[in-house]
Design a protein around this ligand. Structure first.
Ligand SMILES: [Zn+2]
Length: 115
């Protein structure tokens, strides 16, 4: 898999992973914690302002929050090995629900015919 996404400083990536509760995360100091909360809460205008001051942190958070594989990109950049997400049916392509089900299985469960 050739992902040529942006690379971030390991410290930034770990802080963002921590913020999103992902494996490989590392708790930052209270300022960075609050800063990440502010970035999360910011609207487009304020996020752009914050990005002027903290470009790497804002970009890493955007990646994690808005890209389906963003968290994994950050983890890969750190060399964090995470077991591939896989549905009970063996599907590894995703996207997956929070329960780790593929869309097909989720649809089947929603219909009520979970096999
Ligand atoms: Zn499935």
């Amino acid at each position: 898999m050739s992902t040529t996404g942006p690379t971030f400083a390991a410290e930034t990536a770990r802080h963002v992973l921590w913020h999103y509760g992902a494996d490989g995360g590392y708790q930052p100091g209270s300022f960075t914690q609050k800063l990440m909360q502010a970035i999360d809460a910011a609207d487009v205008v304020h996020k752009a302002r914050l990005r002027g001051a903290y470009p790497e942190l804002v970009d890493a958070m955007n990646l994690a929050a808005n890209r389906e594989d963003g968290i994994r990109q950050l983890q890969q950049g750190l060399g964090v090995t995470v077991a591939p997400l896989r549905c009970q049916c063996g599907d590894e392509d995703g996207p997956f629900t929070e329960d780790g089900q593929c869309e097909d299985c989720e649809r089947r469960a929603a219909i009520g015919g979970a096999a």
